[in-house]
Write a protein that binds this ligand. Structure first.
Ligand SMILES: NC(=O)c1ccc[n+]([C@@H]2O[C@H](COP(=O)([O-])OP(=O)(O)OC[C@H]3O[C@@H](n4cnc5c(N)ncnc54)[C@H](O)[C@@H]3O)[C@@H](O)[C@H]2O)c1
Ligand SMILES: O=P(O)(O)OC[C@H](O)CO
Length: 332
């Protein structure tokens, strides 16, 4: 059994800590927010982000990053993407080179356009870095609902180690070496889920959503392949798998925010209502910048940006996608 820390006490960090604890590991949760640590220790429940789920007493919950990192085999980074760089910067004074770092956040760094494993690797270049991704809502994982994910690392032994530590009979983990593909699928599906939510919020139907999902995975794979990812990854758990769950589930924070925007909420009003992180909003602009950098056409991503940040009317955005030039399905 391993000593493991989960950094970040949101819904995903909490769910993964409980999963790892149920696998028999010695688990610590760290949060930068003192009040959050106090409340979790007092109530043993993450009332605002994962209500109704008991956090076992033998999980240590701390505000000390040094304590969280000390002597752990695996460090799971479960903070939202916009905090990944700073958290990694704070970690590196305590981290030893033999500790594996697993990123479970799904996003891109908006200033550099880097994937998050790349950001972590820049800050801690001597550590083995892995990612864990796939169709996995915290609300279901914490209730032991059968779930599948993929553990990715350039180093196969590291991916296998992550697989061993996380896997149980309700949480099946595959391995992969395509870290870029896994991260691009996980980050960009959130933007497509916003689009799917917007379509649902307008009152459009299943046909529209299926179109957004299908053409959405085409856009994601096109960009991912241009960035060196393996095409197959986008047919896998972190590609189409995660796109399906995020575009269709009521648990999805991205889809829920999209529904509200489709109903006429302003972006900030939708974010205030969802309360937890809506990563697609932060990824949308970076995805568009990457599409320009790699000269890849991404019309849905472009329309989502225009709705979120350009005040474009949602029905007009859908209409503009419908009246684009005639195309052959498998070309741009
Ligand atoms: N919730 C899910 O079901 C789920 C599943 C898979 C992946 N993810 C990904 O995991 C990441 C975290 O998502 P979440 O849903 O747990 O978010 P959340 O909104 O529930 O939690 C955010 C947490 O981040 C931490 N935090 C806040 N400010 C911070 C700061 N300045 N520095 C460091 N940490 C800070 C706090 O512990 C806070 O509770 C996201 O990238 C998300 O896409 C979420
Ligand atoms: O709730 P969302 O939209 O942040 O999605 C969470 C996970 O990424 C689903 O796999």
């Amino acid at each position: 059994m391993a000593a493991v820390s989960v950094l970040g006490a949101g819904s995903w960090g909490t769910a993964l800590a409980i999963l790892l604890n149920s696998n028999g590991h010695n688990v610590t949760i760290w949060s930068i927010i003192e009040d959050e640590v106090k409340e979790l220790n007092e109530t043993r429940e993450n009332k605002s982000k994962l209500p109704g789920i008991h956090i076992p007493q033998d999980i240590t919950i701390t505000n000390s990053l040094e304590e969280a990192i000390d002597d752990k085999e695996l460090l799971v980074m479960a903070v939202p993407s916009k905090f990944v760089r700073n958290t990694a910067k704070m970690m590196k004074q305590f981290v030893r080179e033999d500790q594996i770092i697993v990123n479970v956040a799904k996003g891109l760094e908006d200033t550099t356009l880097y994937t998050l494993a790349h950001v972590i690797g820049e800050e801690m270049p001597n550590n083995h870095i892995a990612v864990l991704s796939g169709p996995s809502h915290a609300e279901e994982v914490s209730r032991n609902i059968p779930t599948t994910c993929v553990a990715g690392s350039k180093d196969h032994e590291t991916a296998k180690k992550v697989q061993d530590i996380f896997m149980n009979s309700n949480f099946r983990v595959y391995t992969s070496s395509d870290v870029t593909g896994i991260e691009m699928g996980g980050a960009l599906k959130n933007v497509i889920a916003l689009a799917a939510g917007i379509s649902d919020g307008i009152g459009y139907g299943d046909n529209t959503k299926a179109a957004l999902m299908t053409r959405g995975i085409t856009e994601i794979s096109r960009l991912g392949i241009a960035m060196g990812a393996d095409e197959q990854t986008f047919s896998g758990l972190s590609g189409i798998g995660d796109l399906i769950v995020t575009c269709t589930s009521m648990h999805s924070r991205n889809r829920r925010a999209g529904i509200l925007i489709g109903k006429g909420y302003k972006l900030q009003e939708a974010l205030d209502e969802v309360k937890m992180v809506v990563e697609g909003v932060y990824t949308a602009k970076a995805a568009l910048d990457l599409s320009i950098k790699y000269k890849v056409e991404m019309p849905i991503i472009r329309q989502v940006n225009e709705v979120l940040f350009g005040g474009k009317e949602t029905k007009k955005a859908v209409q503009d996608l419908m009246i684009r030039d005639k195309k052959i399905e498998y070309t741009n």
